[in-house]
Ligand binder design. Structure first.
Ligand code: AMP
Length: 295
């Protein structure tokens, strides 16, 4: 059993974070990193708990990364409540909350970006151009600054996880990635900071994502193989709900993210849906005649 930190150290500077990481590594301790945009909820905390259980010291980064938001997206209004995040992390026993400023991460004259190719052409990469470039860049920067032994990511952002795995593999990074299942509200809605944007009526409508996924899984279990049929039914089911508009419905290979014709051995069903103005995502893996744990 790992010991939990009694006091949380908020660190805002890159230099301060590097000093802490160097000293922690020199003391022979392992570091776990949970990168977040803040607005922490129990989904984030499930990653934190895993890090606390497996690493000697846990760092949670809280940084609303401007390079992963496109023009017209919600960068300016993204929920920011550092004090509430700090309290949650302290109660959990986290050692460090790393909360750098935008100016520290991207100073004047900043020029370097990381592009992971091919797997970013589809799904969220297609609907949010530049999103994964921003994600890959900030994650690499965080790895360089925090020097974690392990980093923890949620399958809620399934494609993002694949992007980070590819980044780690292709750039020979010395960090092992841990993937954690989607943490849901009791009614099935995947937890997300953006759920805060929903009005009570929209919050009800938002249940359609997980319900549509469940229905698709049942169809696959009953033998449905045609991805076209499944996509059409998913789209119709979602758009029959008030406030809901499909951004994408994908049934794809979970490694290449190419659309599939037949479910075959394994497929990822991934959704992006606007509920009112709020874009939500959800996904599950399906196998023919059985459902994965993450469903
Ligand atoms: P975010 O702050 O939304 O960028 O999320 C930070 C990390 O928490 C990412 O690895 C997400 O995949 C993960 N995460 C967010 N929501 C959930 C959830 N409901 N269940 C599991 N992991 C999540």
């Amino acid at each position: 059993m790992k010991t939990r930190s009694r006091t949380l150290h908020p660190i805002a500077t890159i230099a301060g974070m590097k000093v802490w990481s160097k000293a922690t590594r020199a003391a022979g301790k392992t570091i776990g990193l949970v990168p977040t945009l803040g607005g922490l909820h129990d989904g984030h905390l499930s990653l934190v708990q895993r890090s606390l259980a497996t690493c000697d010291a846990t760092v949670v980064s809280v940084f609303v990364n401007p390079t992963q938001f496109g023009p017209g997206e919600d960068f300016d209004r993204y929920p920011r409540d550092l004090e509430s995040d700090r309290r949650k992390l302290e109660a959990a026993g986290v050692a460090v909350m790393f909360h750098p400023s935008v100016e520290a991460m991207y100073p004047r004259g900043y020029k370097t970006f990381v592009d992971v190719e091919a797997i970013t052409d589809a799904l969220c990469g297609k609907s949010r151009p530049g999103f994964f470039r921003g994600v890959a860049t900030v994650v690499l920067k965080l790895f360089n600054i925090v020097q974690p032994h392990q980093a923890f990511f949620g399958e809620k952002d399934f494609q993002q996880l694949a992007v980070v795995e590819t980044l780690v593999r292709d750039l020979n990074l010395d960090v092992s990635l841990v993937r954690l299942p989607i943490f849901r509200e009791p009614d099935g809605l995947a937890m997300s900071t953006r759920n805060l944007y929903l009005s009570p009526a929209e919050r009800k409508s938002a249940r359609v994502l997980s319900r549509a996924l469940e229905e698709a899984q049942q169809r696959v279990r009953r033998g449905e193989q045609s991805c076209d049929q499944l996509r059409t039914r998913l789209r119709n089911r979602i758009e029959s709900e008030n406030h809901a508009q499909v951004d994408y419905v994908s049934i794809c290979d979970p490694e290449t993210f190419r659309e599939k014709d037949h479910v075959g051995d394994r497929a990822l069903i991934a959704l992006a849906v606007r509920i009112g103005q709020t874009r939500l995502i959800d996904n599950c893996l399906v196998r023919s005649f059985e459902c994965s744990e993450s469903c």
